[in-house]
Structures are given as structure tokens and as C-alpha cells.
Design a protein. Structure first.
Length: 78
């Protein structure tokens, strides 16, 4: 039987890039970034917009993801 998303988050080392889907009032939301910490009741994910603190009770899915692709070099204009 696959482990729960919460068990998975707790097993991952800090710094692992993850996506965490959680329930919010009107549906679901995702946090994509580096796992900072996973405690007893919350997980913290460092996203591009800052730290997202997610209540573990609201987590419905989580998984590690590969690093982002390298940034493209801007094209030179003639």
C-alpha cells in the first residue's frame, strides 16, 4: 500500500523540491518549491513567492519533483 502524502513529506529531507496539494475554502491549491520543514501539524515549502505553511490536515497529495529547468538566456535583439 502506498504511503500517505503526509508520511511521504515527513520522510523527505529538507531541501527536497516538492509539490504539495492542499484543501482551501473554495477547492485546492498547490505549493511548489523546496521543503523547509515538516513538523507535527504543518509543512513549510519555500516557493518563489515566499514560504507557504501548509496544515498537514489539509494535504491531499504530495510528491517530490525534479529541479526546475535552467533559465533561458535572453535573445539578443539586432
Amino acid at each position: 500500500m502506498p504511503e500517505s502524502p503526509i508520511d511521504l513529506l515527513r520522510s523527505l529531507p529538507a531541501g527536497t523540491r516538492v509539490v504539495v496539494r492542499s484543501r482551501i475554502e473554495d477547492g485546492f491549491t498547490d505549493a511548489l518549491g523546496d521543503l523547509v520543514d515538516c513538523g507535527e501539524t504543518t509543512a513549510t515549502v519555500r516557493t518563489r513567492r515566499g514560504d507557504a505553511v501548509v496544515r498537514l490536515a489539509d494535504v491531499v497529495a504530495a510528491k517530490p519533483v525534479p529541479p526546475p529547468p535552467p533559465r533561458r538566456v535572453p535573445r539578443e535583439t539586432p
